[in-house]
Write a protein that binds this ligand. Structure first.
Ligand code: ZN
Length: 234
């Protein structure tokens, strides 16, 4: 019995390392100083709680539970009506689990919403389709935070991932972050572009661009292949 349990935990842990698993490991209470794949998954899920006010900062997804992770977790806990312990206790783990759908997407977004609009799905980009899908998954968690900050207002994805071909068809930038699955053009229901930008500026987005009717957000500094430096054109 015990050996079987250990096997299940080991299989779950290996799935976590591979990415795309819907539930984080629940066999310990995570807090400051902890390390591992389960910490990585927590960081992905709270990445949208990077700051209290507009700040060029993000939660590093590095598997090391440091002060920035703790602070982001406390913001998440407050937003979801939990005790701001800064630890992944049972109620917090429940809230983190509730954000995930069985297919690896999040509660309020589907992968299809982020597919390239030329029918390429997550293919034909500047990185492989499984990398695109994982990048989109991480993007979804940041957008879950934006959605929460906007009073649970639904978010429409005007454009998520773009294949290289689709990006050039729509006149996208030659190194558009959309071709990696790390960018989205969003409209928040009942929310002005200015308010959307305000939410994005506390949610770990390193690229934010104002348009008349939508907001572009991306995580360009977090990926080796991203544009590299902060760019807020707000
Ligand atoms: Zn865009």
């Amino acid at each position: 019995m015990r050996a079987q349990l250990k096997l299940v935990v080991a299989v779950l842990a290996s799935m976590l390392v591979l990415g795309g698993v819907a539930t984080a490991a629940e066999d310990r209470t995570l807090g400051l100083g902890d390390r591992g794949a389960d910490v990585t998954e927590v960081q992905i899920r709270i990445a949208g709680w990077a700051a209290d006010g507009p700040q060029r900062t993000f939660v590093a997804v590095d598997g090391i539970f440091g002060p920035a992770t703790e602070a982001a977790l406390k913001r998440f806990q407050r937003a979801y009506g939990l005790t701001a312990s800064g630890q992944v206790d049972a109620p917090t783990q429940q809230a983190l689990d509730a954000l995930a759908d069985p297919d690896g997407s999040t509660a309020h977004f589907d992968f299809a919403e982020f597919h390239s609009k030329d029918g390429a799905g997550f293919g034909g980009g500047k990185v492989g389709s499984s990398t695109v899908q994982e990048n989109v998954r991480r993007l979804m968690y940041k957008l879950e935070a934006v959605r929460k900050k906007a009073g649970d207002a639904p978010i429409t994805i005007n454009s998520g991932f773009r294949s290289i071909a689709h990006n050039s068809n729509v006149g996208g930038a030659s190194n558009s972050q959309h071709m990696y699955g790390i960018a989205a053009d969003i409209v928040i229901s009942g929310t002005s572009v200015g308010q959307a930008i305000g939410h994005a500026q506390t949610s770990g987005f390193s690229g934010i661009i104002r348009y008349d009717t939508f907001t572009h957000v991306d995580s360009r500094v977090e990926y080796g292949y991203g544009a590299g430096s902060w760019y807020w054109a707000t």
